[in-house]
Design a binder for this molecule. Structure first.
Ligand SMILES: CCCCCCC[C@H](O)CC(=O)SCCNC(=O)CCNC(=O)[C@H](O)C(C)(C)COP(=O)([O-])OP(=O)([O-])OC[C@H]1O[C@@H](n2cnc3c(N)ncnc32)[C@H](O)[C@@H]1OP(=O)([O-])[O-]
Length: 711
């Protein structure tokens, strides 16, 4: 709703009320229409101010209403009517003015904002475009070039940025009242202004279109945003609005908008974690950490030090190898400065001290171990830590898949051990898997989740199983990609199909970037390869592809050696080119194993890679290693490059249709009975049996099935 009051004098104050962000629900829109009418009818009122309750102007259209029928007054005519009135209307912006909220402010004749307010048009991140006149009014006010950048990225900025674009005036005190004088409003109606364009407008639009297509392959909304801005640049306002409406309708009806809105809500759902034990924010107190230590200053350790220091935590950075320590003490401060600059922080808030002595961690409240991915080494570090740290220190491991409980078992307080699995580069990547073992205390989980939040991460609580959630699902995906090579595909073919789907990099390009030796080491540790292991295509009772091991044995470890599944311009090269060696190698391999290459359709490549991964997601839900499908989807969107406009693997399964996924898995499993990952999970079968409920209902279904021991 919206409330109406008369300030002393002649100003009417309209306050939007819809906690927590005063989104423009049907009731709020109705409230605005009614209160504006009242202000117009009151002869004592000479000007109107619109503000939001609780220090927040407006978070935009109410996203929760998008799924239902359109009720209440529509936004576009409402904003148009405000712009048309003959009493001056000002938007007084505190907190946020996002999406429809900023569009409402653009319909007002004046805008004044608190210096800390955050503004932007993030619709593109929800699969939409600013559809309440924003794509037409904003460029008329700040020019086409700046509007293109803001609208196609959805980037949010503070009010000083917008004041430099003459979008608003900034004030540093709380906005309680604003006075607007009785000047002519003609020039204040943005819809009547021309759109300032640079001389090379066509080339600007073409370049932006190429850029947005490259940045998010297959995404519809960024392309529609550019098209709407083309209309703003070339058409009168009314025709531009028609174009905006048509484009918005197309986007609204697309599966992509539904996927992106689901991704918005799932990010919020995972923040409200709960464990099978019943532990959650509600009953678990997090400790506030001010001093932490990081053990091991390789790539991951360095990034974690920077991520902690950026939150203002004092960090002891420990590395026992002198050469590595010397290098890190040069590189880490530079990384910190760079990242602080990128985040517009004048000085990095945290203090870092470097040490080669594990004893120096004795005063900290939390330690993150980030040494080499080797269980015996990690056990050694944890034994040492438990003897030197103060009692009560939280001990965390950055392992990407090893058993947290084994690490906990060698400490004096197993309840204080959790996994904090960061993703490289750790100071940039948004995802953090917080791994709870059977003995991890709710307090330890809450503290790790809280720390992740402070670092700006999307933190997801996951159970302790090999590979946790992300890497456990990655295994069948990688496995299928290798089997496809055995059967006749090339690395480029597989990568192209996955990139066409929307992944920034296909599986082989990605493996080359990460380093092929990472998986090789894990497979050696698991006894799957190495000296004495016979080079067959069956290992430990299931189908196995020795292809990636053989590529490593040939000294091809990916980008770092200049060769892997592709060739590069030299060690550290970034541009992947197909390599004749790989084709010869694959032919020889197939001949050795009596395999006849066949032509494989893109649909089969996509299905086998994605459905094997999705099937493992169902197994994870069944095993209660993730609380719900939203957790898995957030992990894949924020940590594994899953295209956000496909929502996440579990959401995608729902969109494809669970029946179809089941049928295709059955088909592929029939053709490959020695590949257990293709055997449809019980949960998937159960969901299909009850009529394939929407993804939002799975959590409830799983909990019920568990109570009745059906899973
Ligand atoms: C035919 C129709 C024509 C339409 C015309 C198009 C109009 C327009 O162009 C489209 C839009 O405006 S699209 C919209 C464009 N706007 C955006 O994209 C802004 C999206 N919002 C944000 O970016 C962030 O929430 C804020 C920065 C506002 C606050 O961040 P923070 O302080 O970290 O807090 P937090 O944890 O993030 O959220 C707190 C709670 O608020 C909830 N909620 C939030 N916004 C909501 C909304 N608009 N709605 C509903 N709910 C919204 C959120 O779910 C959460 O609920 P929970 O139940 O407690 O979990």
């Amino acid at each position: 709703m919206a409330t109406y009051s008369r300030l002393p004098g002649s100003v009417a104050l309209i306050t939007l009320q819809n906690p927590p962000v005063n989104a423009l629900s049907a009731a709020v829109r109705q409230g605005i229409v009614d209160t504006v009418q009242r202000a117009l009818k009151d002869p004592k009122v000479t000007s109107v101010v619109i503000c939001g309750q609780n220090g927040k102007f407006c978070g935009g259209a109410d996203i929760r209403e998008f799924a239902g029928p359109m009720l209440g007054p529509p936004l576009v005519p409402m904003i148009h009517a405000i712009e048309a009135v003959d009493k001056p209307v000002a938007a007084a912006i505190e907190g946020v003015a996002l999406g429809g909220g900023l569009e409402l402010a653009l319909g007002c004749h004046y805008r004044i904002a608190h210096s800390k307010a955050l503004l932007g048009l993030p619709e593109v991140t929800l699969g939409l475009l600013p559809g309440a006149g924003g794509s037409q009014r904003l460029p008329r006010l700040i020019g086409l070039t700046a509007a293109l950048d803001l609208i196609t990225t959805g980037r949010q900025h503070d009010s000083s940025f917008f004041s430099s674009l003459h979008l608003l005036c900034v004030c540093s005190q709380s906005i309680s009242s604003v006075c607007v004088s009785g000047q002519s409003l003609d020039s204040r109606r943005l819809s009547t202004l021309p759109c300032p364009c640079p001389p090379d407008v066509d080339s600007l639009l073409d370049k932006t279109m190429v850029k947005v297509r490259q940045r998010s392959r297959g995404a519809l909304a960024p392309v529609a945003c550019v098209q709407a801005l083309m209309a703003a640049a070339s058409l009168p306002y009314t025709q531009g609005m028609e174009k905006e409406r048509d484009l918005l309708t197309t986007l609204f009806n697309s599966g992509q908008a539904r996927a992106l809105q689901y991704a918005f809500f799932s990010q919020r759902v995972v923040g409200k974690w709960s464990l099978p034990s019943g532990a959650s924010w509600d009953n678990s107190a997090a400790r506030t950490i001010s001093k932490a230590a990081v053990i091991g200053l390789g790539t991951m350790g360095r990034g974690i030090v920077v991520a902690l220091a950026l939150t203002g935590i004092s960090v002891v950075a420990v590395e026992t190898q002198e050469k590595q320590l010397a290098e890190a003490s040069q590189v880490v401060p530079a990384m910190l400065q760079r990242e602080a600059g990128r985040r517009s922080l004048a000085t990095p808030p945290g203090v870092i001290s470097f040490s080669s002595n594990l004893q120096d961690v004795c005063e900290v409240e939390l330690v993150i171990e980030a040494v080499f991915e080797d269980m015996s080494l990690k056990l050694q570090v944890f034994r040492h830590l438990t003897s030197v740290c103060r009692p009560g220190t939280l001990l965390c491991s950055n392992t990407s898949g090893l058993d947290i409980d084994r690490l906990a078992a060698v400490t004096q307080s197993p309840g204080l051990v959790v996994g904090m699995h960061f993703f490289a580069p750790a100071h940039v990547m948004k995802l953090l898997e917080v791994v709870y073992g059977p003995r991890s205390s709710p307090e330890a989980v809450a503290t790790a989740m809280q720390l992740g939040k402070r670092m700006g991460k999307v933190s997801v609580a996951v159970g302790n199983c090999p590979g946790f959630v992300g890497n456990r699902m990655l295994k069948p995906y990688l496995e299928q990609a290798n089997f496809l090579l055995e059967e006749g595909a090339t690395p480029q073919q597989v990568d192209e199909v996955l990139e066409e789907f929307g992944f920034p990099m296909g599986v082989f390009r990605m493996s080359d970037l990460s380093g092929l030796d990472v998986g090789w080491r894990i497979r050696k540790e698991a006894g799957l390869t190495g000296p004495g292991v016979e080079s067959t295509r069956t290992r430990q009772g299931r189908r196995y592809s020795p292809l990636p091991d053989q590529v490593c044995e040939a000294g091809r470890l990916g980008q770092k050696t200049g060769r892997g599944w592709y060739q590069y311009d030299g060690p550290g090269g970034r541009v992947a080119r197909s390599d004749h060696w790989v084709n010869i190698f694959l032919e020889a391999y197939r001949a050795e194993h009596g395999l006849v290459a066949r032509s494989i359709a893109p649909e089969e490549i996509l299905e086998r890679c994605l459905y094997a991964l999705i099937n493992e997601g169902f197994n994870i839900l069944q095993d209660a290693m993730a609380a719900g499908p939203e957790d898995i989807d957030a992990i894949y969107v924020f940590g594994y490059g899953w295209p956000r406009h496909h929502g996440g693997p579990m959401f995608h399964a729902g969109q494809v249709g669970l029946g179809r996924i089941l049928e295709r898995l059955q088909h592929h499993h029939h053709n490959h009975p020695d590949v257990p990952h293709l055997k449809p999970s019980t949960l998937l079968r159960r969901l299909v049996a009850v009529g394939s409920p929407p993804v939002q209902k799975w959590r409830e279904f799983i909990n019920k099935e568990r109570v009745h021991s059906q899973l």
